[in-house]
Structure formats: C-alpha cells, structure tokens
Design a protein around this ligand. Structure first.
Ligand SMILES: Cc1cc2nc3c(=O)[nH]c(=O)nc-3n(C[C@H](O)[C@H](O)[C@H](O)COP(=O)(O)O)c2cc1C
Length: 264
C-alpha cells in the first residue's frame, strides 16, 4: 500500500478520530465532578450576590455557611419542614432545584391561566434562604425561575424583612441572547431592582418590568424597572416570573406565615 493511497489516508483519519473521541470522552468523565462543584459554587455565589454578601475576595463557602440559613418549605402551605421530615431529596442543603422542579413526583401541573411564569409544573417544595445578622433574619432570598424568550431563567430575588422592599436581584443561568435578553446580567440593570417595592400599600403585587424607561416622576416608579431595549419578550418574561413567585401561587403562603409571626 503506497503512503498516499486512499485506503491509508482513510485509516489514518479514522485512527485520529478514534484517539480524539477517547480523549474528549475521558476529559468529560474526569471533569464532570469538578463541573458539578463549580455549578454549586456558582449558585452559592449568586445567593450571596442577591443577599449583598459578595465583597471583594469573599470565600464563598465560608461566607455562605456563616451568614445563610437554608429552609425547606412546602410551597402551598408556606410551612417550614423540620429535620425529621427531611429525606434524600428533601433536604435544604442538597436540594436539587432543577430536579425537584421537573420531577412529576415532586411537582403538580399548574392551570395555564395562572401559569404566568410559563413553568407548567409547580414544585411542592422549594428552598428559601435567610440572611442572618446578629442571630436574627435580616433578609429573605427567594429562588425564582420562568420562561424568557429562548430559555428558562433561574435566579434569586432578595426581600427585606418588611417583605416588600427588594434588596437584590440576580440570575445564575439563562439562555437569552447576549446583548439583548442577556442584558438581564448587566450590573446596572440589576442594581435598579434594589430599593424598589414589590407590593403596593394594599399588599398587592405591584413590581413590573415596563416597556421603555421608568419616568421617575410617576408615582408608580417605585414599582417599575426599565425594560431591556430590543428585548420586550425577555423583559416581559422576567416581569411575569417575579410576579408569579412573589404572588399567592409562589411564596405568598410562606410570606403570610412570616407576617403572622408563625416562623419565629
Ligand atoms: C437573533 C435574535 C435574537 C434575539 N434575542 C432576543 C432576546 O434574547 N430577548 C428578546 O426579548 N428579544 C430578542 N430578540 C428580538 C425579538 O425577536 C423581538 O423582536 C423583541 O423582543 C421585540 O422587542 P422590542 O419591542 O423592544 O423591539 C432577538 C431577535 C433576533 C433576530
């Protein structure tokens, strides 16, 4: 067989393909644990960011452990589960949000007329985070998620203990277009949420992402966030998912119990 025969060329190409595929598969398997760890760390980093605890070169794990208490709640009743009720899946420290929000065993279907976040299934349980200061709760951090234009956006909204004032807002995962819907990650846009009121004086959900720029002289400005330009659909999705999770079908029952002093 001559060195430049077709058969030899094909054999060399096949050999190179085989070696490369073995290398890529081994790398994927070898790095999967580290990828999982990094994902967990990224989630913790975003919890700290929402709780305004991310300062300079913060040791994420240590800061989380020193400042945050994770609580597992029954979404419908707003009850906090106690340790005796924990199982392999239902445990605030190991709670796998993606699994628990898609598994039919741990979710129920939402009637489409109330599913403004476009999530289709309501998880029976969620983990919420309490930011502690001098042994008392200083803020609540609530996980939020829902449909944008192209993807499900996963993030957190932090509320003051008045359960009305927004203290932080961030997404840790989404697939919206960079420069358009992806501007949900723009620090300037996220900073706008701080200090806004999620509810009006009557306790009705009022926060929304509007189309265009907020007119600061409008009395409703304290409930409004600028729309992302050229990205009305992502903006609307974000508005709807926040309103869903802070509403009566999301964390409403839990917040009602906090206000009644039942979670002290
Ligand atoms: C390639 C491409 C990517 C887009 N990505 C987004 C996006 O991530 N979020 C979004 O709301 N709109 C996106 N749009 C625009 C939407 O299709 C739609 O035109 C827009 O949301 C309307 O917003 P406007 O009324 O502010 O112009 C994208 C459009 C194109 C062509």
């Amino acid at each position: 067989m001559s060195a430049d025969s077709t058969k030899k060329t094909l054999m060399v190409a096949l050999g190179v393909c085989l070696v490369c595929s073995v290398l890529v598969s081994s790398a994927t398997v070898a790095l999967s644990d580290r990828q999982e760890e990094n994902k967990k760390l990224d989630k913790l980093t975003n919890i700290l960011a929402a709780g305004d605890l991310l300062k300079g070169s913060t040791d994420v794990q240590k800061t989380y452990e020193e400042n945050i208490q994770a609580k597992l709640i029954d979404v419908k009743t707003g009850e906090i589960l106690n340790e005796k009720q924990y199982t392999k899946d239902l445990n605030p420290e190991t709670f796998d949000t993606k699994k628990m929000t898609s598994d039919p065993k741990f979710t129920e279907l939402i009637p489409s007329e109330i599913d403004i976040a476009g999530i289709k299934k309501l998880p029976k349980h969620m983990v919420i985070y309490e930011v502690m200061k001098d042994k008392v709760v200083d803020k609540f951090i609530f996980p939020i998620y829902g449909k944008g234009l192209w993807s499900t956006l996963w993030g957190f909204v932090a509320l003051d203990t008045d359960l009305r004032t927004i203290k932080g807002f961030t997404f840790y995962e989404h697939g919206e277009t960079p420069g358009l819907g992806g501007e949900v990650d723009n620090p300037k846009w996220k900073a706008q949420w701080k200090g806004k009121k999620a509810f009006d004086e009557n306790g009705d959900i009022a926060i929304s992402v509007i189309k265009g720029t907020v007119d600061q002289s409008n009395p409703k400005a304290e409930y409004q966030i600028d729309g992302l330009s050229g990205s009305t659909l992502t903006s609307r999705g974000v508005s709807n998912l926040v309103r869903f999770w802070l509403g009566e079908n999301g964390y409403g029952p839990f917040m009602a119990k906090v206000k009644e002093g039942q979670h002290e």
